[in-house]
Design a protein around this ligand. Sequence first.
Ligand code: ZN
Ligand code: ZN
Length: 338
Amino acid sequence: MTPVEALERVVHCLDRANDSGFKAKAFTRALEVVRGMSAAEVAERAAGNTLTQLEGIGDSSAKVIIQALCGDSTYLDDLDRKTRISMSPGGAVYRAALRGDCHMHSRWSDGGASVESMAHTALALGHEYIVLTDHSARLTIAHGLDRQRLLDQLGDVGLLNERLAPFRILTGMEVDILEDGSLDLDDDLLAELDVVVASVHSKLRMDSDPMTARMLAAVSSPHVDVLGHCTGRLIGKRPESTFDADVVFGACASFRTAVELNCRPERLDPPADLLNRAIELGCFFAINSDAHATGQLEWQPFGCDTASQHGVPLERIINTWSADELLAWTGRSNLASH
Ligand SMILES: [Zn+2]
Ligand SMILES: [Zn+2]
């Protein structure tokens, strides 16, 4: 393992432990510094014990670099053990059935990793495909993509797919559901994308009636395939949005818009009562990491545990299907409907 690979692995492990504190920032900074150096210079400084004289390299990152050069993985093995994601036996059955992940972000919007790194990590986790769903333009705080940037991204994804085949990066977007229920992207592009996730990110405290109408409009759109983090809650920080679950999930079931089990530890949406109702109403589901970094792609077990506790029917989880089956279901291929 090279020093860069070792530092990448450290950052990955800290991401999956949801550590965004000083340590994670320090290792991310060290990784940037080492990426900017030649292998010879790194080796020379390691041998001369002068790595820490560099701005951005501290004792811990120097240790990781030196160990990588010596073929010693003590630090990494220890960190790997401490940050491993645990899973219930029931959750493991669901995780084993997943073949992809339909919601994640890259550096194009507010993610921390390149599309390629996300794809490589997903591949290493055993996935056959990912859906790249960066934010839409209205979410300026997350550097959302406007029409032109999305077109640029589609070009890049096309080139990456040629290199990564048979692994597939499906095109998509996490489109904002605007206040009136319309979608923050032109219809022609919505129609072109493989999988569209639609989420509410603004005016989350709207009264239940207008919120219901807003969500109903979005989930009944023929372009929308997945309803992202339906209540918008941030556990301990932001309450659930209120809406008529029978109306919204009923529409999800009839228009075949999957309800997302969002696996981010601070979201874990939908809450138990809503999830039970969505199951009763016959909805499809997607167990999505909503990862903003490679390590966060390892968060699907959280949603798998929930799915197992509530008995979500496996055959109704759209990312247990192959990419072709998924595309047939979203209507983006000529294959027969699932
Ligand atoms: Zn979101
Ligand atoms: Zn997201």
